[in-house]
Write a protein that binds this ligand. Structure first.
Ligand code: GLU
Length: 504
């Protein structure tokens, strides 16, 4: 059997990071088995439709490198891939279920439904449901005669179609992640399959589409596990073979206490969406991982390990590695704690591994006035080990563009003394007349100059760094000298010796 999996988001807003993980696991599983990864847009709930959400989802997946083989944009033989474009396909199956006595018409108004729930609550029923017992007191095709039902329909009364669950029967299925799942129908609701506007609910549309699209494995978030028994029954009632199921563990807040929500992420100051998202109603902007500076491959590596573990100590995996290693059997049951520190660590690793050429180009793109490539190459090389995100390089390397006008207090107090100043001016003298100097030459020049009177390196280095950058720490000092060039180094040393008061 060929592997066909789908990611089936509803376009109700920005794609949550948990959704990207679901898409990723589907994608990895498909690629691992030479299968097909499908993007299906589940937009039957028109009330929750949000402008721009669908294109956001497409763009986010593309950025992350999770490219659909079939879908709204990718095309394919099983389309349309947007449920609103498949509208006409669902009602027949609801009719078939009614004809087979597996579903029924229900005419109850929302007031009548509320009254039923109130009655049950009064009778201390913890979880009031429309089920095998309560349905017999309601207005539906099980309690009304065929004539009454036909009359109500002819008169244009609103109705829904509900599944007819058995009163007390175990539904069993094997979930690849969770093992055997057994749920008794006594705890389940006669869910609506077809709404009064003729549109299918998620449950009906999802089953029909998965069947018609030949889906072999349903890989989705744990929040859908409670719906799975209903889906299993629907497959059975419609006489269709059901797909395999794998329900993925939840993403938890960093402290492991509860589901990772947008609110929690906002509070802790990290993104929860892959890309920037502006809420079309409130205009509120939520920052995305991309815009925060995360590299797509670092983001994917981080995400891949939130709920799956390949075994062993290794943590750095390219998409290709992940495809090779991925298996549904190695998905954890327990929720995965979200650790933004780990995401940053991954980004640092991927940034360090980037070529200077690539970084230099991106760095130049961040500057108001781009600089010569040769200079950009030296700057990114000096800074790449020192930042988490490429956009931090602009700030971390500000001193490459501007002489400092403030100097780190502590270093001034501890290291700025007569000996240091004399030595700095002496070193400046040695640089005089040189057009340029590379970091090796700079090192040798400084060492031999200090060796003349055996000045220890530690007596002058902090002062030299302070005069060039204003800071106590930073990238390799000799690289800084190379990048600034002799004449700028001389100017900065002179300025520092003029403006910083000497400590004794
Ligand atoms: N439309 C559902 C969602 O938004 C899909 C659930 C499923 O994969 O079955 O997550």
């Amino acid at each position: 059997m060929s592997v066909r999996v789908r990611f089936a988001p509803s376009p109700t807003g920005a794609l949550h990071i948990g959704g990207v993980r679901t898409a990723l696991y589907n994608y990895l599983f498909a690629k691992k088995h030479n299968g097909t990864f499908i993007l299906r847009i589940e937009d039957t709930d028109q009330n929750r439709f949000v402008e721009g959400a669908e294109s956001y989802i497409e763009e986010a997946l593309l950025w992350a490198g999770i490219v659909p083989d079939e879908g709204v944009n990718a095309g394919g033989d099983f389309g349309p891939y947007r449920q609103s474009d498949r509208k006409g396909r669902y009602k027949d199956f609801a009719d078939q279920l009614i004809a087979d006595d597996k579903a029924y018409y229900a005419f109850d108004t929302s007031e009548e439904l509320d009254a039923m729930r109130d009655r049950l609550k009064e009778a201390r029923v913890a979880n009031p449901q429309y089920n095998a017992i309560t349905r017999m007191q309601m207005k539906n095709s099980l309690t009304l005669s065929t004539e009454e039902v036909n009359e109500l329909i002819e008169q244009g009364h609103q109705y829904v179609v509900r599944i007819k669950l058995p009163r007390n029967e175990d539904v069993r299925f094997k979930d690849i992640v969770r093992g055997w799942v057994v749920v008794n129908t006594a705890t389940m609701d006669d869910k609506v399959l077809l709404k009064s506007d003729g549109m299918p609910t998620y449950h009906l549309a999802n089953i029909v589409d998965d069947h018609q699209m030949n889906i072999s494995h349903v890989i989705r978030g744990e929040e859908w596990l409670p719906s799975a028994p209903l889906h299993v029954l629907l497959y059975e009632y419609l006489g269709w073979e059901k797909p395999e199921f794998a329900h993925l563990p939840l993403l938890l807040k960093p402290d492991g206490n509860g589901k990772l929500s947008k609110r929690a992420a906002d509070k802790l100051g990290f993104p929860i969406f892959p890309l920037n998202w502006t809420d079309p109603v409130t205009q509120e902007l939520s920052k995305g991982f991309r815009e925060e500076g995360y590299l797509a491959d670092a983001f994917i590596n981080f995400l891949s390990l939130l709920g799956w573990n390949p075994g062993g100590e290794k943590e750095l995996f390219s998409m290709k590695d992940l495809i090779e290693l991925f298996s549904l059997e190695r998905i954890n049951k327990a929720g995965a704690k979200f650790d933004i520190g780990k995401a940053k660590w991954f980004n640092e690793q991927y940034l360090k591994a980037r070529s200077n050429e690539e970084l230099a180009e991106q760095f130049n793109g961040l500057l108001d006035t781009p600089i010569e490539e040769s200079r950009a190459l030296l700057i990114v090389d000096a800074l790449k080990e020192r930042v988490t995100f490429i956009n931090e390089m602009v700030d971390a390397g500000r001193f490459f563009f501007e002489a400092p006008d403030a100097y780190d207090d502590k270093t001034v107090r501890k290291k700025w003394n007569q000996q240091a100043v004399d030595k700095l001016l002496g070193f400046a003298n040695r640089l005089q007349g040189k057009e340029q100097i590379d970091k090796e030459e700079a090192r040798q020049l400084l060492m031999s100059y200090l060796a003349e009177d055996e000045t220890p390196l530690g007596h002058i280095m902090p002062a030299l760094r302070l005069s060039l950058t204003g800071e106590a720490g930073g990238p390799d000092l000799m690289a800084i000298i190379e990048i600034l060039g002799p004449s700028e180094v001389i100017t900065r040393i002179k300025k520092a010796t003029e403006v910083i008061a000497i400590n004794d």
